[in-house]
Design a protein around this ligand. Structure first.
Ligand SMILES: [Zn+2]
Length: 184
């Protein structure tokens, strides 16, 4: 749906938000952005949230994480529990485990430490494991669609090769989709 070809010396994370915008401009609704650990940084999380997209990444061991900034609040009754997400408000709700604190719940604004889909939830884990689908697609592009080994040199030629390959693959996917009987 959107791709970019860059040299290995460019940091992948700088292209994530631009690709998200490209996908959205092409008319696709993007609910979640599932990314590996390398994308776990503040600007990527904030950029996703600003676009109404939930970022799903593992947690990178940064100084803030070592300090425990990502952990739920604790009170004398124990660790506060996750009580839902308000996507409009861009915040998660957390409750005192016994409800004895006043107030008994609090909103936590979404950021890298506190994503809208908290990392400990089954939902976050299931979404993250679905990332394998794109890795399999990369494998098919490399091994069945001639993206590897590359027979051209220079970023412009490699870009053209990747564009043509992916366009051909999308054309096949479109043909298959049109040939498939529509679900009643
Ligand atoms: Zn409490």
């Amino acid at each position: 749906m959107a791709w970019t070809v860059e040299t290995a010396k460019d940091a992948e994370t700088t292209f994530a938000l631009g690709l998200l915008d490209a996908v959205r401009e092409r008319g696709f609704a993007v609910a979640n952005a599932i990314m590996d650990k390398g994308y776990d940084n503040g600007p990527v999380h904030d950029g996703c949230n600003a676009r109404g997209v939930c970022p799903v990444t593992p947690l990178r061991e940064t100084p803030g994480v070592k300090r425990g900034d990502h952990k739920p609040r604790c009170c004398e009754h124990g660790e506060w529990t996750f009580a839902g997400t308000d996507y409009k408000r861009q915040a998660t709700k957390w409750r005192c485990p016994t409800g004895e604190c006043q107030p008994k719940s609090t909103w936590v604004k979404a950021d890298r430490m506190h994503p809208l889909i908290p990392r400990h939830t089954e939902r976050s884990k299931a979404l993250y494991s679905s990332r394998g689908a794109v890795e399999r697609e990369f494998g098919r592009l490399k091994h069945e669609w001639a993206m590897l080994p590359l027979r051209v040199r220079g970023i412009e030629r490699v870009r053209l090769h990747a564009d043509l390959t992916i366009l051909a693959k999308l054309a096949c996917a479109l043909t298959n989709a049109r040939a498939a009987p529509r679900a009643a």
